[in-house]
Write a protein that binds this ligand. Sequence first.
Ligand code: PFF
Length: 447
Amino acid sequence: MSQREQWSSKIGFILAAAGSAIGLGAIWKFPYIAGQNGGGAFFLIFILFTLLLGLPLLLAEFSIGRTAESNAVDSYRKIAPGTRWHWVGILGMVTSFILLSFYSVIGGWIVVYLFKAITGQLNNLSSDQYAEVFGATISNPVTSVFVQFLFILMTIIVVAKGVQKGIELASKIMMPALFILFILLVVRAVTLDNAMAGITFLLQPDFSKVTSQTILEAMGQSFFTLSVGVSVMVTYSSYLPKTQSLPRSAISIVAMNIFIVLLAGLAIFPAVFAFDLEPGAGPVLLFNVLPTVFSQLPFGMLFFIAFLVLFLFAALTSAFSMLEIIVSVISKGEPEKRKKWSWIIGLSIFIFGIPSALSFGILGDITLFDKTIFDLADFAVSNVLLPIGSLLIALFVPMKMKKTALYEELKQGSGLKRGLFETWFFLIRFVAPLLIVIVMLDVLGLF
Ligand code: PFF
């Protein structure tokens, strides 16, 4: 498929970009990071970062992609020829590589849970037993590496086939289904005994728990859930016709994401408190809590299986974007090369990611700065590479793109008002770079 082929429909682009955004970040990562960071205050700071930084940055990536109509590296080359700005795209490729190496570990967990649920191994267990079964599964080296491999394999197969056919079609059915199932889950969770304690935990800010680390985590989380800072959104919007409204697309993606984060929080925390579980349990939180909530529903296991299928799909559509950005640069849009490179890069990521998969078992004792290999990879991506990538994008747009041309680009298909454009430009030019630098220096104790 030619790289410059366009999305077959407006909704196709929205779904694919939303598919990249909505994934493990909102559903798996948000609840556990919020759980470790005191709940409500983290949630509020996360929302603020999403609106003040994430949304403007998403729009910035869209405007770069649709202006240049090229891949993540050449887009920068095209707009700023003869400069080093294309390193922003290369940095994005490196970020994506590391990101998929640990993302696939969690993707694998979904696969293995799905298998266990389908084969009836999760029927009628207590909440403690769920945690035990899960702990034993992910600490098994063969299982964890094998399911990680399966997850990457699915990603490779779809990306090797090309953007449209692979990603667009399935999204149309799966994403709405995920929303519906989530709402059902929330209804059950908030009607559990003692659910109120969980709702309060999520929605009532307690600022005494906020540290510079919390703020960094909230910022990293907002970039992570929106897939910004990697130039993935540059790549996706480069396939977009000029008739599409970029601001509207960005806003709807942010709104969907916030909604899913809220649903995930409302599904998890009431249950955590109702069953006396630990909100700070870490990466296993969702996997320990969810089966317990589902087991409280009639036909719970059937719903759980449906949920896992959709959850797997949400994780896959994000994973596609990570592999896609690397493949689209290296294969330069030539179909024969796309296939070959999808396999080469995908398998390299798998090999690189094996130590992360083993971090929950035999390599669990290997730590640096108190973090396991998995935690380190996650930290490097979420709290270092994504902020740096985002910072560079926020600098690139006002420095290398003409303001009038930007306004024209954003106005196409949207009729964007001048005042809103100016607000966006201000946020990108001043607020985003300053905030990112302050948050990062603050955490290093330099501020
Ligand atoms: N936004 C994805 C999620 O929340 O699961 C993760 C992600 C995908 C981050 C692609 C960055 C990226 F480039």
